[in-house]
Design a protein around this ligand. Structure first.
Ligand code: NOJ
Length: 545
């Protein structure tokens, strides 16, 4: 190990695995995943070689937005267990060298949270100012929304409450009222929540839509855009000048950073609302000059079509926005987007999943892997009658919702894919009969084996964890190629993303560290290599190993 690799924190060197707790493993047979189920499957994660798990919300919730509406920040959803089960999970993770990251949903709470129940009672209670309350446009009473702000989940963003004769704002569902981060009591309360979980062993937080915490203090209307779709979906008919990315975001983030940094090795990764259009915003909070978040997500790859050229652009754009010291994150799938096996899939789904895995694990930055992607799990297209996600229920068929990427983990070919002994809350994908962990375990050419091998290689080689990265200067239509270097060690990654063979120049990297086609001898003599269709090679020089 070089000095650089040992001094950089684990969250830069490691791989984070996202678990959607409802769907990972059900230990008590009620059809809903739980913490004991996760404990039972920790050996899978240890064998996969990941460094940390990030749990989508585990706290009590009425589940209007399946956990992203929290009704008690300091407890565990009864469906998932209790605080003692959580402690056992942390202990199980520690035994296997795994860290634990929680979802921090602090832009909004549930409308059933005690804070909101108190806040909504009248205008004078101690929590009266903990949420964004305003008189209607025409004064007290149901006189119309205070401004034009809209909900990301459709419709207007204001809801009237007769007890207060006022409206409250919700960026998402009306069951998810936005907290008032300009109230110092809210800042203190969130700090207490962070401490509660850190005291139980939590190593970091993924901050849900953190850039929406602060709104303009006067709540002025947003300017409209000319997008005609705004007539149906007001949210995209506006320029979001006043309901996010406010200049004084530090009111929230300084407290969070200071609190989390009290102990080294903890980190914050922020999900930037709407970052696909504004990735520079994400960089603003976590790039070279930022001291607010340790990491920010960028979802460019989630929205890219399968193309070496497009990936090249995604990678160069995101890394340039972050600056040379900023640390990128890489996400291929998560709980809000159709799974990449289906986005990029078709007849080459497995080959593409394997190449994408190599890419995510060998680019400079921290990869976040979504449960099931290690076996190439596909999006499940559910009929309307089975849709549970509020987004799908509202926008069907324009948006089928997010249930398709949240179906149960496919452990084996048995009933309910080994996920549950009961009826799963969402139907398992019918391909579980052939696509499952057990079936891929011993197949060296499976997606799972690729993930294990490439994560193991990353773990073994400091150059893949912390080395500098240089992409080929101009994008190529078929091959994504880049080098990583650290001291004398150099690794070249060549990913042929096309169904045709490609010739590619090679330099001094003549050791085959990993290849997707083990049955094919790779000739590394002369100045070129021939890449088979959909072949990926990771090559190293003499100093690499
Ligand atoms: C972003 C989360 O990823 C999504 O699942 C959730 O619905 C919204 N934020 C609201 O919390």
């Amino acid at each position: 190990m070089t000095a650089r690799s040992t001094t950089l924190p684990w969250w830069k060197r490691g791989v984070v695995y996202q678990i959607y707790p409802r769907s990972f493993m059900d230990a008590d047979g009620d059809g809903i995943g739980d913490l004991q189920g996760i404990i039972d499957r920790l050996d899978h994660l240890a064998a996969l070689g990941v460094d940390a798990i990030w749990l989508s919300p585990i706290q009590p919730s009425p589940d209007a937005d399946f956990g992203y509406d929290i009704s008690d920040y300091c407890d565990v959803h009864p469906n998932y267990g209790c605080l003692e089960t959580f402690d056992a999970l942390v202990a199980g993770c520690r035994e296997r060298g795994l860290r634990v990251v929680l979802d921090g949903v602090f832009n909004h709470s549930s409308d059933k949270h005690a804070w909101f129940l108190e806040s909504r009672q009248d205008r004078d209670n101690p929590k009266a100012d903990w949420y964004l309350w305003r008189d209607g446009a025409g004064g007290r009473g149901p006189t119309g929304a205070p401004n034009n702000w809209a909900s990301t989940f459709g419709g207007g963003g204001w809801e009237y409450v007769p007890e207060r004769e006022q409206y409250f704002f919700h960026s998402f569902l009306k069951q998810q009222p936005d907290l008032n981060w300009r109230n110092p009591d809210v800042v203190d309360a969130v700090e207490a929540v962070l401490r509660f979980w850190m005291d139980r062993g939590v190593d970091g937080f993924r901050l849900d839509v953190f850039n929406a915490y602060l709104k303009h203090p006067d709540l002025p209307s947003n300017p409209r855009t000319w997008n005609p779709a705004g007539l149906l979906y007001p949210y995209i008919g506006q320029k979001h000048l006043h309901d996010r990315d406010q200049a004084d975001m530090s009111i929230a983030l300084e407290m969070m950073r200071r609190t989390v940094d009290e102990q080294p090795g903890r980190f914050l990764v922020g999900e930037t609302l709407d970052e696909d259009r504004r990735y520079r915003e994400a960089a603003r909070y976590a790039g070279d000059d930022a001291d607010q978040l340790h990491l920010a997500f960028n979802f460019y790859l989630l929205r890219s079509r399968w193309s070496a050229e497009v990936f090249h652009k995604a990678i160069t754009t995101w890394t340039a926005a972050l600056g040379p010291q900023g640390w990128p994150t890489w996400v291929l799938s998560n709980h809000d987007f159709p799974r990449h096996a289906s986005r990029w899939g078709g007849r080459w789904a497995d080959a593409r999943c394997r190449l994408a895995a190599i890419m995510a694990m060998t680019l400079r930055g921290t990869p976040f892997l979504y449960y099931g992607e290690e076996i190439g799990m596909a999006e499940h297209k559910l009929p309307r009658g089975l849709i549970q996600d509020p987004v799908g229920q509202r926008f069907w068929p324009i948006h089928r919702g997010r249930d398709g990427c949240r179906t149960p983990m496919q452990w084996d070919a048995g009933p309910a894919a080994g996920f549950s002994t009961g009826e799963p809350w969402l139907p398992v994908h019918p391909d579980h009969a052939t696509r499952n962990v057990a079936a891929q375990q011993d197949d060296p050419s499976s997606v799972l084996s690729t993930y294990k091998a490439i994560i193991a290689l990353r773990k073994h080689l400091p150059v893949l964890q912390v080395g500098d990265m240089a992409l080929t200067e101009s994008p190529h239509s078929a091959v994504l190629a880049y080098t990583r270097s650290l001291g004398d060690a150099r690794v070249q990654v060549l990913l042929n993303m096309s169904p045709k063979a490609q010739r590619w120049p090679i330099g001094g990297e003549r050791k085959l560290l990993y290849g997707t086609h083990p049955e094919r001898p790779v000739v590394l003599e002369g100045g070129e290599v021939t890449l088979a269709p959909h072949e990926g090679l990771v090559l190293g020089n003499e100093a690499t190993l």
